[in-house]
Design a protein around this ligand. Structure first.
Ligand code: NAD
Length: 424
């Protein structure tokens, strides 16, 4: 039996410390009661489990998994499950806290959670992944549930993994429980528009931002880092809106063509081969170089902390749209702000996923499913309203878009906590 070692974090700064520091900064500007900050800077519950899995080669490997609930003052907790070799408990805690703020900013009735398993899903067979997912679900079965904590996909997980979680939970309950997980395939109660929702939400934010900045998206240049769920759909949507997507990348390859990349063809290539490597029609570029290309819109849609004090001064984009969670470190944020770059913060820019997850949960509870146009229109309403509330707060308080978004969100959670009172 082998145990998969817990990783030493790949991140330069402890993500949970960053999340707490952000909270303290916001609390100061928005005059949040320090007693409430003490409550909000902690996670309500963190469960770590070991997951023994019979591997295809006859060995047994033991993986480490975490499920963290940050806060439930505004409703059951909601958040994705990540399968990645660099997952750490502190990373999961920070992502859980960000989920609390994201749900509050969008005004949907959820608190924040996140989960992760330390594994490399790319090197595992479908059978191994399924056995690991079902055992992980069994280990956290008392933590999750439609009124309690509702997982969803994140990096390294997808509809297939959500289907196994749904099935394992339902088998244990003795009946199908549609609301236990979102991001499910359509055949078993998924929502139309969920797969593209995060990117669509980011697109709606970009549309509002260019309008405010009086730039036309038609012909604007865009660079997108990460060509997974969020990045690939965002690149496609930006191109469909008339933007010139000049750089894209995934973990295996980066591509740059100042005249524009055929995003549809790149999308098809990635779907067919699982990688951007081997796609023609552009020069090779590294992921570091992609962040520094001359463009109007830069969308980091891969992992955290890619824009740091080392490279922030060289970013040339006018607008940075955070498709990923936490791609800009707080110190880098200040540099971008000084340069006059508008950063559309993660809790606003990538909230589309959790908003349509909310719609999927509602549809599952009602067992009544909506048309895609209805999903997209309702998503547009929520994201555009959240964008405009954030924009007005930014203007009225004279703060950055990020501080405005966090301020609005933290205030809402603080208010809910005060209204409910601290138990007992
Ligand atoms: P994904 O696994 O579908 O895609 C991740 C992409 O990033 C892949 O193309 C991968 O090759 C690429 N990548 C990995 N390491 C990289 C590196 N070092 N440099 C460049 N590219 C790299 O994941 P996703 O669901 O698209 O999530 C991406 C980000 O968006 C994460 O931060 C996630 O937390 C955030 N997010 C996702 C959703 C969602 O609904 N999927 C919602 C909100 C936020």
């Amino acid at each position: 039996m082998t145990t998969v070692d817990a990783p030493v974090s790949h991140l330069r700064e402890n993500p949970f410390e960053i999340a707490r520091e952000q909270l303290r900064r916001v609390a100061k500007v928005f005059a949040i009661d320090p007693n409430l900050v003490n409550v909000l800077q902690e996670c309500k519950k963190a469960v770590s489990v070991s997951i023994p899995v019979a591997m295809d080669d006859g060995t047994t490997q033991v993986f480490q998994g975490h499920r963290v609930t940050h806060n439930v003052a505004r409703g059951p907790s909601k958040g994705g499950i990540r399968y990645h070799q660099d997952v750490t408990l502190d990373e999961v805690k920070s992502l859980a806290m960000w989920m609390t703020w994201k749900c509050a900013l969008s005004g949907i009735p959820f608190g924040g959670a996140k989960g992760g398993v330390v594994c490399n899903p790319k090197t595992m067979s479908e059978g191994e992944l399924q056995r690991m997912t079902r055992r992980f679900t069994s280990e956290i079965i008392n933590e999750i549930g439609p009124e309690k904590d509702i997982p969803a996909p994140d990096v390294g997980t997808d509809g297939r993994v959500m289907a196994w979680i749904f099935d394992t939970y339902s088998m244990n309950k003795g009946h199908s429980v549609l609301g236990v997980v979102t991001g499910k395939p359509l055949t078993i109660g998924g929502s139309l528009g969920r797969e593209e929702a995060t990117a669509r939400g980011a697109l709606y934010c970009v549309r509002e931002a260019v309008r405010k900045k009086q730039i036309s998206l038609q012909g604007a240049s865009a660079a997108v880092q990460g060509f997974g769920n969020v990045g690939s759909f965002l690149a496609r949507f930006l191109a469909e809106d008339g933007a010139n997507v000049i750089a894209i990348s995934d973990s295996t390859a980066g591509l740059h063509n100042p005249k524009g990349i055929d995003v549809q063809a790149a999308f098809a290539h990635k779907r067919e081969t699982g990688t951007l490597a081997g796609f023609r029609g552009a020069e090779a570029i590294t992921n570091e170089e992609l962040l520094l290309v001359d463009c109007d819109v830069l969308a980091p849609c891969a992992l955290e902390q890619v824009i740091t004090t080392d490279n922030a001064a060289q970013v040339k984009a006018k607008i940075v749209v955070e498709g990923a969670n936490g791609p800009v470190t707080p110190s880098a944020d200040e540099i971008l702000e000084d340069k006059g770059i508008l950063v559309l913060p993660d809790i606003l820019a990538n909230a589309g996923g959790v908003v349509v997850s909310y719609f999927e949960w509602v549809q599952g509870l009602q067992e009544y499913f909506w048309k895609e146009a209805e999903v997209n229109a309702k998503l547009n309403d929520i994201i555009t309203r959240a964008f405009n509330e954030t924009w007005s707060t930014m203007e009225s308080r004279g703060v950055s878009m990020r501080l405005a978004a966090y301020g609005l969100a933290v205030r809402r959670v603080a208010e809910a906590t005060t209204t409910r009172g601290i138990y007992p």
